[in-house]
Design a protein around this ligand. Structure first.
Ligand code: PEP
Length: 253
């Protein structure tokens, strides 16, 4: 993980009941969060208020899983960054592969959302990653740098903006499949992304931006991945709903 503050996100996706949220938050309230690890959990929009009420652990913050591209208005079914900020949320996940594939969100829309959320003071976990077909075609670097490139087009070399952004590299073939990237595969892409940032933004931004890994992270594989020089944390789906999330948090210390 290098010198950057380790970041562990828990993406609860479209899961939960009031009582399962209560149980998860109870468990997190008694989890010990290492000083040098930042922990952010993302319940559904419906469960965020409940999670905020129950959460007592000061080492954990709450994130939304998505936001609309603009502010309040005639956008039925959407939630704006204005609302997230008003509700005291510090973070939002944008461009998750499930939203890119199932809801047809383009990299342009993800970049627009990023700009809007940052403007409202909501920090962004922006997700990128290649499909299996793209990896097999040898296009991984091209795909992930193009996805990150759209965000970079909007943020430019403004270090104060990039400080509010965490990049989540999530190979689509590894999400929810139990097929985790190998240490070599993860390090290679993370390093590619960091050197791309260095060439296309600034070396300061490249050195300070957290690039976290997501895709079937578990208590079993997190220690090796956390030790990689360019892996600055994790975005965890399935395992964030289980007790092992506490072990994944500890792997960053
Ligand atoms: C995710 O949803 O971001 C994710 C990485 O899921 P999982 O850990 O279940 O693969």
């Amino acid at each position: 993980g290098g010198s950057r503050t380790f970041f562990v996100g828990g993406n609860w996706k479209c899961n939960g009941t009031i009582s399962s949220v209560d149980k998860l938050i109870d468990a997190l309230n008694s989890a010990s969060i290492p000083q040098n690890v930042e922990v952010v959990i993302a319940p559904t929009s419906l469960h965020i208020a409940r999670a905020q009420e129950k959460l007592q652990n000061k080492g954990i913050e709450i994130s939304a899983q998505n936001a609309w591209v603009k502010g309040n208005g005639a956008y039925t079914g959407e939630i704006s960054a204005d609302m997230l900020a008003d509700a005291g949320l510090k973070w939002v996940i944008l461009g998750h592969s499930e939203r890119r594939s199932l809801c047809h969100e383009s990299s342009q829309v993800v970049a627009e959302k990023t700009v809007y959320c940052l403007k409202q003071g909501v920090k962004v976990i922006v997700c990128i990653g290649e499909t299996l077909a793209q990896r097999e075609a040898g296009d991984t670097s091209k795909v992930v740098t193009e996805q990150l490139g759209e965000v970079a087009k909007s943020l430019g070399s403004d270090a104060s903006q990039w400080k509010q952004v965490v990049v989540a590299y999530e190979p689509v073939w590894a999400i929810g499949t139990g097929k985790v990237a190998t240490a070599d595969q993860a390090q290679e892409v993370h390093q590619t992304l960091r050197s791309w940032l260095s060439s296309n933004t600034s070396s300061e931004i490249a050195q300070s931006t957290r690039i976290i890994y997501g895709g079937s992270v578990s208590a079993k594989n997190c220690t090796e991945l956390a030790s990689l020089p360019d892996v600055d944390g994790f975005l965890v789906g399935g395992a964030s709903l289980k007790p092992e999330f506490a072990d994944i948090i500890k792997s960053g210390s």
